[in-house]
Design a protein around this ligand. Structure first.
Ligand code: URA
Length: 232
């Protein structure tokens, strides 16, 4: 059993004081009967709580796509730096979302966040091998031997061996890089191993999911169909 106001807060309905006002306004029902008492004890497994006639949504599984700007660290908390959590609107911040993998502070682009712990672990598992596509600006120009070295599985300067990856030069100092793993600073280190310092990095795609025209700094929820595609 738990308090009705706590249940509603945890479900992402609002803050304690917002939930109090919502209850006072008679918008919440327990087993079809309007309930105004914050302290009412309920059993969420057997009782039906509705807000404006609908099941409150917060405990539902949520996966969001963020177009991360540079300057934010991928963490839920940080004492010194701004985190990607600060980019989420208030109603999403309450849902206990966690980043799926990480982008460096300077890297921009597609970052997923979810409150589904199992999905998160499956997506970051080394077995999953979701291809991730990055756009990089870099010093130098990628050539055929670089493409071949990426395809064969690069050895980084510290001896770490990478899985085969795809390097597609777009012109002088610009490339697309596709990797199926998520080692620390992976793309920057792979490019450095071929003597090309990355000066700008953006993740464009993860599996079938693309940033498309989601503005920088904006966030959108994935549809059920997009989530199902991620799970396969
Ligand atoms: N590779 C990097 O070097 N940095 C990122 O943020 C992502 C991939």
């Amino acid at each position: 059993m738990e308090r009705l106001d706590k249940f509603l807060c945890d479900s992402g309905v609002g803050t304690r004081s917002q939930v109090k006002a919502i209850l006072k306004a008679g918008r919440v029902a327990v087993d079809e009967k309007v309930e105004r008492d914050c302290a009412r004890k309920i059993d969420p497994d057997t009782q039906r709580v509705t807000l404006d006639g609908e099941i409150p949504g917060g405990k539902r599984r949520v996966v969001v796509m963020l177009n991360k700007p540079a300057g934010y660290v991928t963490a839920t908390e940080d004492k010194a730096e701004a985190t990607v959590m600060e980019l989420l609107p208030e109603e999403l911040r309450r849902l206990d979302l966690k980043p799926v993998g990480r982008l460096d502070k300077a890297t921009e682009g597609l970052l997923l966040l979810t409150n589904d712990g199992e999905l998160l672990h499956r997506l970051i598992s080394p077995k999953k091998e979701v291809p991730k596509i990055y756009y990089a600006r870099h010093e130098g120009t990628a050539t055929l031997p670089d493409i071949q070295a990426f395809a064969a599985g690069l050895t980084l300067r510290d001896g770490t061996v990478c899985r085969p990856a795809r390097l597609e030069p777009l012109g002088a100092g610009e490339s697309l890089i596709t990797v199926c793993e998520g080692k620390y600073h992976q793309v920057r280190r792979m490019m450095a191993a071929r003597c090309m310092t990355v000066t700008y990095l953006e993740r464009l795609q993860e599996g079938a999911l693309k940033l498309n025209n989601l503005p920088r700094g904006a966030v959108r929820e994935l549809t059920e169909a997009e989530i199902s595609a991620l799970e396969t």
